[in-house]
Design a protein around this ligand. Sequence first.
Ligand code: HEC
Length: 128
Amino acid sequence: MNMFARMRAISVSLILALMVAGGLAAVSTGKQSKKEPAGDAAKGQVLFKQNCDLCHYPDRTDKKLGPGLKGLFSLKELPSSHKPVTEENVRAQIEAGSPDAKPMPMPPFKDKLKPAEMDALMAYLKTL
Ligand code: HEC
């Protein structure tokens, strides 16, 4: 390759790299602005997998051991208690659980999740 050809090859690949990077940046900012999670939804997803996934599907509405939570914040009412779907009621459910529910109780998470973890979990639940 002569010098011109090499310079052209370098600038073409540079432009391509910039286009890809720009595209990725647009995609990721687009995602964030869609739901604007208050906490860190990605951390919340990890917490969900560790604490909730055993009993709840995040991507289905049918029952695992507890109700599926897909679209939780777009429901008219909470699936078991039929209370309004508010951040307050969902937090209260997670903190207190449903220790008396039959046949399967939900454990309380008040002492298991730190306030920042609770915020992250709420941010994730809003993306379902
Ligand atoms: C051991 C199983 C189990 C685990 C773990 C569990 N849940 Fe549940 N969850 C249930 C059951 C069972 C119900 C239904 C309770 C009832 O009928 O009162 C429920 C109900 C719910 C509801 C609906 C409450 C309502 O008012 O309708 C939400 C929201 C929920 N769980 C979120 C979570 C989240 C978030 C986690 C993780 C931090 C979690 N659950 C962990 C079993 C579980």
